[in-house]
Design a protein around this ligand. Structure first.
Ligand SMILES: Cc1cc2nc3c(=O)[nH]c(=O)nc-3n(C[C@H](O)[C@H](O)[C@H](O)COP(=O)(O)OP(=O)(O)OC[C@H]3O[C@@H](n4cnc5c(N)ncnc54)[C@H](O)[C@@H]3O)c2cc1C
Length: 411
């Protein structure tokens, strides 16, 4: 039983179903439509999807942008901080695949393996046995109450996880110091060939310019809790900023008529202890909210899913299923994944503090010495991308998952 059809839940559902596990996926929303989410699939994640035979059809069928570099620019100079062109043999780029397209695409690939997806199904409670072990969930769908029992409940229900609230785990906020306000702009064929992962630094602002299939996603990075002031100042300061730093958007800037058009992403960095209890496992944002610094929320969720599927496919296909073995496997997921998450969160807290300090001081942006070196010493930007890719290494799929046989056409 998987609660939450974001990237973590949907990829886990696919992998377990393909490995022969009977999977029910409960998603509270009626569809997968969503905007302004982490859409950037990293080279190692694309390699993983390729081992499953999915990456090439995904990229062929779903419109997306490709970013072969991550760049940071002041008004004077553009610094390429990571050059992905040697980060993977087959996928030397980040693919910016909107979640609204990626998620239903993955679900369609999982259905032939027997995945049971229930949309509009909001989990409201956990079912426990006499010993306190989680053995299922209660949910509501179209006003009716339901209950499903399961050998394991996985909470992949995001940053405000209901499953996490119902479980015996503690969530600690690590004091994120920035927020991001997003707006979408249409893309024109003659727009400059930016990498799709661009940060433009200005005194008082950082602008993120992310490529989407048919548009640009523009993010204004601001000091935490200052969104009210940004909105109260009206659209003109933001329009002036765009005119100054993204002049080729000039013909579209007037589409920003009201700061109510901005969507706020309050950044959070949340540590969760522990990720599991008997009968229950948390993955993705439910287990660890990470900041968009680095753009890897979606990748961390998918890597959790890959690790969890490998550990769980054996225990969950055993007959009978042994609860102790399942619980040992869920503890292993945290043991393997947690150090990487902890390192990423500690790095993000440091980067955010420096960023917020400079934004608040309206300081002239200047990359730190290590970043200047990466951008100027030949080969270092490629090394930096390969190093980042190693931190996102995905375990190869368990042979039982690879051997999965679809039970209906289309798998
Ligand atoms: C508004 C928003 C904007 C974001 N923007 C960016 C960004 O710009 N860059 C970036 O790198 N990252 C961004 N992120 C983070 C990134 O999208 C996440 O890290 C990533 O999607 C995590 O995947 P997940 O599967 O763990 O959770 P999610 O993608 O959050 O999916 C959780 C799913 O669970 C469902 N759900 C919730 N409660 C229940 C319930 N009770 N019952 C059943 N289902 C439930 C939700 O509807 C949702 O579909 C953003 C996140 C949010 C929420």
């Amino acid at each position: 039983m998987i609660v939450g059809g974001g990237p973590g839940g949907v990829v886990l559902a696919y992998l377990l179903a393909r490995g022969g596990v009977r999977v029910v996926l409960l998603e509270s929303r009626g569809d997968f439509d969503r905007r302004f989410r982490g859409d950037s699939l990293a080279p190692p994640v694309l390699d993983h999807l390729d081992r499953l035979g999915l990456a090439r059809p995904l990229l062929a069928e779903v419109p997306h942008a490709k970013a072969d570099a991550f760049a940071w620019s002041t008004a004077r100079k553009r610094y390429v901080l990571a050059d992905y062109r040697s980060a993977s043999a087959h996928f030397p780029f980040y693919a910016l695949v909107p979640q609204a397209r990626f998620l239903p695409w993955m679900v369609d690939r999982a259905r032939p393996y027997g995945l049971d997806v229930r949309m509009g199904a909001r989990v409201t409670g956990l079912v426990r046995d006499d010993a306190g072990r989680v053995v299922g969930v209660q949910y509501t769908q179209e006003g009716a109450r339901h209950q499903v029992l399961a050998d394991l409940v996985v909470g992949s229900d995001g940053r405000n996880s209901k499953v996490r609230q119902l479980a015996s785990v503690a969530a600690t906020e690590l004091n994120s110091s920035i927020d991001i306000a997003w707006i979408a702009m249409p893309r024109r064929d003659d727009d400059p060939p930016l990498s799709g992962l661009e940060l433009l630094a200005e005194p008082g602002y950082n602008l993120a310019v992310l490529g989407q299939g048919d548009g640009w996603q523009i993010g204004f990075t601001i000091v935490a809790d200052t969104f009210g002031a940004l909105r109260a100042a009206g659209p003109e300061p933001l329009r002036a900023l765009l005119r100054r730093r993204v002049p080729w958007l000039a013909d579209r800037i007037d589409l920003l008529t009201d700061t109510n058009q901005l969507t706020l992403l309050p950044i959070r960095i949340t540590r969760v202890d522990p990720w599991s209890e008997p009968g229950l496992l948390l993955v993705g944002d439910a287990a660890h909210v990470i900041s968009p610094v680095g753009g890897n929320g979606i990748n961390f969720a998918i890597i959790d899913a890959a690790e969890a599927a490998n550990r769980l496919v054996g225990p969950l296909t055993a007959a009978p299923v042994d609860a102790t073995t399942v619980d040992a496997a869920t503890a292993e997921v945290e043991r393997v994944r947690r150090p990487k998450v902890d390192r990423e969160q500690a790095f993000q807290v440091r980067v955010e503090r420096v960023t917020a300090g400079r934004l608040a001081a309206h300081a002239e942006p200047r990359p730190a010495l290590p970043l200047r070196l990466i951008a100027t010493v030949p080969g270092l930007a490629r090394w930096s991308a390969r190093r980042a890719a190693r931190a996102l290494a995905v375990p190869p799929p368990d042979p039982r998952i690879l051997a999965g046989v679809a039970t209906t056409a289309g798998g």
